[in-house]
Design a protein. Structure first.
Length: 479
C-alpha cells in the first residue's frame, strides 16, 4: 500500500505537499512545513488528520469497510464525469482528480474534500498517527473524539491520555505494535542505543481501582469487550485470588492488587518479549483505560551501566523516546504520520539527525507519508531523502530537499524561513560577492540577479542595527 498527499486546501488556496517526483516509488515521503508562529502550521496538520479520521457526508466507517469508498474503478468514474458530471459520486473519485481537469472540478466547485492524494496513492492511509510533544494537544484527542464517529485506525501520541504522560501513550502503542509484529527488535534497539540507553525497559505499574468509576459508559463497554473478564472482575472486586486457570499471569495481578504496585521488565535483545506475550496482551486494555497506570520507567545508561529513572533523563531523551516508540508501535505500510514541532527540547544535533533517524528506524515500512511542522532550520538541513519536501506555508512555496539538504542553519533561515536573524553569515557572504562584482563593474548573470532580488526582499525583515542590512543597502545603491 502507498499513501501520498499532493495538496491541502488552506484559506481557499490549494497548497502542495509533494510533486510528481515522489509518485513513482514506494519509499517513505517526508514533508516539512515551516513558517512563523500563528501562520497555521499546527492547524494544517490537524486539518489533515481530521480529514481522514472523522466521517463526512458520503464517507462513513461502514462505507469504507464495504469498499464503496475505496474500491471504485477510477477510470470508469473519470469517463462518467465527462459524460455527465452532475451524476458522479465525487467522494469516490481520487481526491487529486481536479489537478488533471481543473475546469471540470474547480470551476464547477464540486466538493472533493480539503486534502488531495496522488493518482498512484491509495485514497486513504492504512492508519493515521499524530504526535505532539508539547504541553497542549494539537490533534484530536480522546476528549475531542468521544462523541464523533471515527472511520480510520487512529493513534494519538500526546498529552491527553489517562496517565497524563505522553511517554505512557507511546509505550502502550509500542506494546501493541510488538504484539502484532510490526516492528523489529533490532530497529528498536537502535533507538535506545542512539539515545545512550541499553535496549531495556523496567516499567513500574500501579493499580487505580477508582478509575473504573470514572469511565464513561462507552469506555466501560470498550474495557469489558477488550479485556480478560476474570482479571477485570478480580482487579475491581474484593477477591484476593484470580479465579482463572487460563491466565498465565495470575501471580502478577495478585501481587499488583495486594501491594497496589508492581513492575514488568522488557529486554529488546532476547526472547523475553515472547515469554511475556500473554501478560502484555492482557495488560494493554487495563493500561488504555487507566485502571493500571505507568507511574515510572527505569532505563540503563550505556555510559556507566547504571540504572536511571526516565524522569532523570534529559527532556530531549524523553522527547525522542516519545516520538520514536509511539510511532514504532503503530506504523504500517501506507501510514500517515503527522508530527507537530518535534524539535521541542532537542539539542540542535538531534534536530539535524531526527529525520535521518525516522528514515532509518522505519525503513522496513513503505509507502508512508510523514508530515512535520517545524521551526527548526536544523531539521530542514537534515532532510536528505529523495522523497523530501519543504513547504513554506506563508509563501505557499514547495521546495525539494536536494535544494536545501545539508546547508547551514543561516542558509535555511534566509532562504526557507525568510527570517535571517542578526549577522546572518550566509547573507553576508552572498552580499559581499555581489558587492565585489558591482564594484568591478562586472556583468551580473541570472543567478546574481536572482540573489539580488532575494536580498532586497529579505532586507525588509532585517533590523537597521544589522551590519548586513547596510551592506545590502550598498548593493542596492550600486545596482
Amino acid at each position: 500500500m502507498r499513501f501520498q498527499i499532493n495538496e491541502v486546501q488552506v484559506d481557499g488556496h490549494w497548497v502542495p505537499l509533494t510533486d510528481y517526483r515522489a509518485s513513482d516509488n514506494y519509499e517513505n515521503i517526508f514533508t516539512l512545513i515551516v513558517g512563523q508562529n500563528a501562520v497555521g502550521k499546527s492547524r494544517l496538520l490537524r486539518k489533515i488528520v481530521s480529514n481522514y479520521i472523522f466521517s463526512q457526508e458520503g464517507r462513513t466507517k461502514s462505507s469504507i469497510k464495504s469498499g464503496n469508498y475505496y474500491n471504485q474503478d477510477h477510470s470508469s468514474l473519470w469517463n462518467q464525469s465527462h459524460n455527465d458530471p452532475k451524476q458522479i459520486n465525487y467522494f469516490a473519485l481520487p481526491s487529486n482528480a481536479a489537478s488533471h481537469d481543473s475546469h471540470l472540478f474547480r470551476d464547477h466547485n464540486y466538493y472533493l474534500g480539503e486534502v488531495r492524494t496522488s493518482l498512484t496513492s491509495s485514497l486513504s492511509p492504512s492508519n493515521v498517527i499524530a504526535v505532539s510533544t508539547g504541553r497542549h494537544d494539537r490533534f484530536p484527542s480522546a476528549t475531542h473524539i468521544r462523541n464523533k464517529e471515527i472511520i480510520a485506525d487512529y493513534r494519538y501520541i500526546g498529552t491527553d491520555q489517562f496517565s497524563k504522560n505522553s511517554i505512557s501513550s507511546s509505550l502502550i502503542s509500542l506494546l501493541e505494535g510488538l504484539l502484532q509484529g510490526r516492528q523489529s527488535l533490532h530497529k528498536l534497539s537502535d533507538i535506545f542505543e542512539y539515545l545512550g540507553f541499553a535496549p531495556y525497559l523496567d516499567i513500574k505499574l500501579s493499580l487505580d481501582r477508582k478509575q473504573y468509576s470514572r469511565l464513561t459508559s462507552e469506555e466501560l463497554n470498550e474495557l469489558h469487550y477488550s479485556s480478560n473478564q476474570s482479571l477485570l472482575e478480580f482487579l475491581i472486586g474484593d477477591d484476593s485470588r484470580v479465579h482463572d486457570n487460563y491466565s498465565s499471569a495470575s501471580a502478577f495481578y495478585e501481587y499488583l492488587k495486594s501491594s497496589s504496585k508492581t513492575n514488568i521488565e522488557l529486554g529488546f535483545w532476547d526472547h523475553s518479549l515472547d515469554m511475556k506475550h500473554r501478560t502484555i496482551t492482557e495488560l494493554i486494555p487495563f493500561l488504555k483505560s487507566g485502571l493500571i497506570k505507568i507511574f515510572d520507567i527505569t532505563l540503563i545508561s550505556l555510559i556507566n551501566k547504571s540504572r536511571m529513572r526516565l524522569s532523570q533523563a534529559s527532556s530531549g531523551q524523553q522527547c525522542m523516546l516519545t516520538i520514536m516508540l509511539g510511532i514504532a508501535g503503530a506504523i504500517k505500510d501506507g501510514s500517515l504520520i503527522c508530527i507537530d514541532e518535534p524539535e521541542i527540547s532537542l539539542h540542535p544535533q538531534w534536530q539535524t539527525n531526527l529525520v535521518k533517524q525516522l528514515q532509518e528506524v522505519f525503513s522496513n515500512f513503505s509507502g508512508c507519508h510523514f508530515v512535520i511542522a517545524t521551526h527548526s532550520p536544523q531539521l530542514v538541513s537534515g532532510l536528505t531523502s529523495n522523497n523530501g519536501y519543504v513547504l513554506n506555508l506563508e509563501e505557499k512555496e514547495l521546495y525539494h530537499s536536494f535544494e536545501y539538504a545539508k546547508r547551514s542553519a543561516d542558509f535555511q533561515l534566509a532562504e526557507v524561513f525568510h527570517t535571517p536573524g542578526q549577522n546572518n553569515e550566509y547573507l553576508l557572504r552572498v552580499t559581499l560577492l555581489l558587492l565585489t562584482k558591482l564594484s568591478r563593474r562586472e556583468e551580473l548573470n541570472y543567478d546574481d540577479r536572482e540573489t539580488f532580488k532575494m536580498l532586497v526582499s529579505i532586507r525588509k525583515n532585517m533590523s537597521e542595527t544589522d551590519p548586513v542590512y547596510h551592506l545590502i543597502g550598498q548593493v542596492e545603491a550600486l545596482h
